[in-house]
Design a protein around this ligand. Structure first.
Ligand code: ZN
Length: 453
C-alpha cells in the first residue's frame, strides 16, 4: 500500500457500524445489518457479523449500534449560516457543528449574508476548507444581484461554483417578468428556483400571523393570502413557460405554512408541473399561540417568517406531509444573537435555530403522534430532499455512496436544552421541549463529526 493511500484512509478512517437497524428509504431497506465505511465511502453493507473480518483487516473503529437506527445523513435544503459578514450570530464552523449534532451531513446555505452571496467567488469562499465546515455545505446563491429582484445573477457561473439552486430567500421575487426570467434561465441549466412565498406588498409592518392572537396582542398580522398568492402566481408562470418555451422550469417553494398554498402545490403536482416544497418543523409543531406569553405579552423566540399559524394550518401541514405533497423537512435554521432577539416584538428579527431539534420534533410528532412510518419520516430528511436539489449520490446508503451516515436511538425521549446547543445563537422556542430520538453519531464523508458519548 502506498503512503498516499494510507494517509487518505487515515483522513476519513475506517469505521464498522455494527448491529444497527439500517433504514435507507432510497432503496426501501429496513433490516438489521452491519456497514463498513472506508476512504470516505460506504464500502459494504451486509448481514450482522459478515463484515467483521474485513473490518479487522482495515483496523476499523467499531461503533456498536445495537438497538439503534442507522440511516443516511440528513440533508437540509434551507439554512442560514450567517457567513460572510454576520459572524456574531453564527459562523460556517459553528453552524455546521450544530448541523452535525442534529444528524445533518449536508446543508444548503441561503444567500442573505453580508454581502449577499450573489457571485461564484463568494459561493466558493463559503465552501473553502478554511471555513472549517464539519459537514458538506452547498451554496444557494442569490437569484438576482444583491437579492434586489431586478437583475439576474450569472446562473451558469454560479452552478460551476457549486450552486444547487438559486434563491432570493427572505426577499421574494415579486415582479412577474423577473420571476419568469429566473425560471427560464434556471430551467436551461437544470437549477431549481427556491422561492420564499410572501407578497411583501401585503405584509409591510406585520410581525406575526393575522388572527386571534395578533388581535389580542395588538400586533399587525400577515394574511394567508400573502403566501398563497405568490405560490399561485409562480405556478401560473411555470405553466406558461412550459407551454410557450418548451422548457421545464422547477419551482421549489420554501417553508410552506398554509393550507391554501399547499392546495395550490398539490394541484400543480397533479397537473404534472415541476413543483416541490418543504415544511419546517416549527410549522408542524407549534401554532401562533406560542407567540403569546402569559404575564409578559409576547415571545420573540417564536417570531419567524412565515409566521406560526393557527391549528387549522398546522394540521394542513401535517396532512400534506402525510400524503406526500411535501418533499422535504427543512429547518430554516436562522440564528440571531440574544441582544437582537431580546427587544420589542415588532423590532425583533425573524427566525429560530432548528438544526438540533428537527429529528426530535419529526419523530415525536409525525412518527409517534401522527403515525407516519419511520422510513417515511427519514425519507423527508434524506433521499427526498436529495432529489429536490438533484444531489445525486447523497441521501442514500448505497455501496459506493459518500459515507454520510447518522446513527440514532429512535425511542429515546429527552428535553432539548438550548444552552447546550452547538449553534452560536440560542434563539429557539423549543427550550425544554420534549424531543424523540437521540443522535449518537453523525459521520460525514467517513469522519465522525458528532458523537454523543
Ligand atoms: Zn430562510
Amino acid at each position: 500500500m502506498s503512503s498516499a493511500q494510507v494517509s487518505s484512509s487515515k483522513a476519513s478512517g475506517s469505521i464498522l457500524i455494527r448491529g444497527g437497524r439500517v433504514v435507507d428509504p432510497s432503496r426501501n431497506v429496513d433490516a438489521l445489518s452491519d456497514m463498513l465505511l472506508d476512504g470516505g465511502l460506504i464500502t459494504d453493507v451486509a448481514a450482522p457479523g459478515k463484515l467483521d473480518a474485513a473490518a479487522k483487516k482495515l483496523r476499523a473503529e467499531v461503533l456498536e449500534a445495537k438497538g439503534c437506527v442507522v440511516c443516511p445523513g440528513f440533508i437540509d435544503l434551507h439554512v442560514h449560516l450567517r457567513e460572510p459578514g454576520q459572524t456574531h450570530k453564527e459562523t460556517i464552523r459553528t453552524g455546521t457543528l450544530a448541523a452535525a449534532a442534529g444528524g445533518f451531513t449536508t446543508v444548503c446555505a441561503m444567500p442573505n449574508t453580508t454581502p449577499v452571496n450573489d457571485t461564484p467567488e463568494w459561493s466558493r469562499w463559503m465552501q473553502d476548507p478554511e471555513r472549517e465546515a464539519s459537514v458538506r455545505l452547498l451554496p444557494v446563491p442569490a437569484a438576482t444581484v444583491g437579492s434586489m429582484g431586478e437583475k439576474l445573477t450569472d446562473y451558469a457561473a454560479l452552478k460551476k461554483a457549486g450552486a444547487v439552486a438559486v434563491s432570493d430567500d427572505g426577499k421574494p421575487i415579486l415582479e412577474d417578468e423577473i420571476m419568469r426570467a429566473c425560471l427560464v434561465a434556471a430551467a436551461k441549466l437544470g437549477l431549481p428556483v427556491s422561492q420564499h412565498a410572501e407578497d411583501t406588498r401585503l405584509t409591510g409592518g406585520c410581525s406575526m400571523h393575522a388572527g386571534d392572537v395578533s388581535f389580542r396582542l395588538g400586533l399587525r398580522g400577515m394574511t394567508i393570502e400573502a403566501e398563497s398568492q405568490i405560490v399561485e402566481r409562480d405556478i401560473r408562470l411555470l405553466e406558461e413557460i412550459e407551454r410557450k418555451e418548451k422548457l421545464r422550469p422547477h419551482l421549489h417553494v420554501q417553508h410552506v405554512s398554509t393550507l391554501k398554498a399547499l392546495d395550490a402545490i398539490r394541484a400543480a403536482k397533479k397537473r404534472g408541473l415541476h413543483v416541490t416544497c418543504e415544511v419546517a418543523p416549527h410549522h408542524f409543531a407549534l401554532t401562533d399561540e406560542a407567540v403569546f406569553r402569559e404575564g409578559f405579552g409576547y415571545e420573540t423566540s417564536a417570531k419567524m417568517n412565515p409566521p406560526l399559524r393557527p391549528e387549522s394550518e398546522r394540521q394542513a401541514c401535517i396532512a400534506a406531509l402525510l400524503d406526500g405533497t411535501v418533499d422535504a423537512i427543512a429547518t430554516d435554521h436562522a440564528p440571531h444573537a440574544h441582544h437582537e432577539k431580546n427587544v420589542e416584538f415588532e423590532r425583533a428579527p425573524n427566525g429560530i435555530t432548528g438544526l438540533e431539534t428537527a429529528l426530535g420534533l419529526s419523530l415525536r410528532l409525525l412518527h409517534s403522534q401522527y403515525g407516519m412510518p419511520l422510513g417515511k419520516v427519514l425519507s423527508l430528511l434524506t433521499n427526498r430532499p436529495a432529489g429536490v436539489f438533484n444531489l445525486s449520490g447523497l441521501g442514500t446508503l448505497m455501496k459506493g455512496a459518500s459515507a454520510d451516515v447518522c446513527v440514532f436511538d429512535a425511542g429515546k425521549v429527552w428535553a432539548f436544552d438550548a444552552e447546550r446547543s452547538l449553534s452560536m445563537s440560542k434563539n429557539t422556542p423549543f427550550h425544554h421541549h420534549a424531543m424523540q430520538g437521540q443522535i449518537l453519531w453523525t459521520i460525514a464523508s467517513g469522519r465522525v463529526v458528532y458523537s454523543a458519548k
